[in-house]
Design a protein around this ligand. Structure first.
Ligand SMILES: [Zn+2]
Length: 422
């Protein structure tokens, strides 16, 4: 493996540029004026900001890019599940693989070095999505690390045989057990769903990552399970190994109630992952005036000490008909939706797709320090505060010490400003 020396880069918000030397896929040394052994590739960052690689904790590559085939007829969550269920019947290994690879390429070009993928595992698609992702986890290993979540989109009790399919997925090498806690007929089954997923997490020694409480409000108790999940997580000693996507209904609870749930989540070590592109698109559909933003209460969760990430979820399908796979875009969307602004907030939002996302995904040796795995991205700005606001071009994406993607962009004014006479 060729080693790499990055010259003249600004490590996150460090005031001065430095050099970073990478050997055997890890950061070996940082500091100004480093020398490198013969044969080391040298990349001049020209003072640009160096970030740790972006971490996508929640993505559905198997269902991406379906919007061109058939869009969501109603714009609702039910409509999205229905139309995607119909399209899934036509899935073939090759068609899923082609779309998934297109999306992975988007992610890598945008600086993402780890993707937690949630392929559907259900009686409709069977194990097709899972098998494709197992194949891509190996095929794409030099470009991006892939974690695979076995995701029961259609429910477990409502969709017979799904329990067996989840076990087969974990036996085949899925890294995480997924859940879709609202996809059951009644509250009792939703709770059994949660318990079964967490029991599988214990049995297989894997983390759990569930879709949860994805509704405008908590009036239907199937969409108000975060507190129950916190309790069940604590009871099984799974703290730090459970993540929940969406959790939008929490934002509709009265302040004291939602802060109590947030405190329970923090105490239990349950992480929350807002999926703002989807949450915003599918949320508030029944509102005829003062349409809700339908986003989890980020500030309250932060204040309570809940670990969070932010992720893309779906790219151009019935759940989210937009997206380029750029986590900086999606993080900025969350900032807009959750009234987050100013350098302190925006630095924290950036952590939702870097350091905090890495904790959610359980990544070891993450970051830009000696000994860290060299998963990095150089962005085309010299100003750390501008990273989220400008979402600069990803000049170079580095996976395990090797440059795996490069981008350039140029723009200039072509007419001079007039010189006025004094
Ligand atoms: Zn999802």
């Amino acid at each position: 493996m060729t080693d790499l020396l990055l010259r003249d880069v600004r490590v996150e918000n460090a005031p001065d540029p430095t050099d970073v030397r990478i050997e055997a896929g890890r950061i070996e040394e940082t500091g100004p004026g480093l020398t490198a052994p013969d044969g080391t590739e040298v990349f001049d960052g020209e003072g640009r900001v160096l970030l740790p690689g972006l971490v996508e904790t929640h993505l559905h590559p198997d269902k991406a890019l379906l919007d061109a085939i058939r869009p969501n007829p109603t714009g609702t969550l039910d409509g999205a599940i229905r139309v995607t269920g119909e399209l899934k019947r036509q899935f073939t290994h090759d068609s899923v693989r082609a779309r998934a690879e297109q999306v992975l390429a988007m992610c890598v070009r945008n600086g993402t070095t780890t993707v937690r993928a949630h392929p559907d595992v259900d009686p409709i698609a069977g194990l097709t999505g899972l098998e494709v992702m197992l194949e891509l986890r190996a095929a794409w290993a030099d470009l991006v690390s892939i974690q695979i979540v076995a995701f029961p989109q259609e429910g477990i009790f409502k969709a017979p045989d799904t329990h067996t399919l989840l076990r087969k997925s974990l036996d085949a090498g899925a890294d995480v057990v997924g859940g879709c806690t609202y996809a059951e007929r009644d509250l009792a089954d939703c709770k059994r769903h949660v318990e079964l997923v967490l029991d599988l997490a214990v049995e297989y020694g894997v983390p759990a990552d569930m879709h949860c409480d994805f509704s405008d409000d908590a009036s239907d108790p199937r969409f108000a399970l975060a507190g129950f999940i916190a309790e069940q997580t604590a009871a099984r000693g799974l703290g730090g190994r459970v993540a929940l996507g969406h959790v939008t209904s929490l934002g509709a609870l009265p302040p004291a109630e939602r802060r109590a749930v947030a405190a329970d989540l923090a105490q239990a070590g349950v992480a929350i992952v807002p999926l703002p592109a989807t949450d915003l698109f599918l949320g508030g559909r029944g509102d005829e005036q003062a349409v809700r933003r339908a986003i989890t209460p980020v500030r309250d969760l932060w204040d309570a000490g809940v670990l969070m990430a932010c992720s893309n979820n779906n790219i151009r399908n019935a759940f989210t008909p937009y997206g380029t796979g750029d986590l900086l875009d999606t993080a900025l969307l969350l900032a807009r939706l959750a009234h987050l602004s100013g350098p302190a907030d925006l630095h924290r939002v950036l952590r939702l797709v870097t350091h905090d996302a890495a904790l959610v995904a359980g990544l070891l040796d993450y970051g830009v320090h000696v000994g860290a795995r060299a998963d990095l991205v150089i962005v085309d700005t010299r100003d750390y505060d501008a990273v989220l606001l400008e979402r600069p071009v990803r000049t170079a994406v580095i996976k395990a010490g090797r440059i795996v993607a490069r981008s350039t962009y140029s723009s200039e004014l072509t007419v001079p400003v007039r010189a006025l006479e004094a």
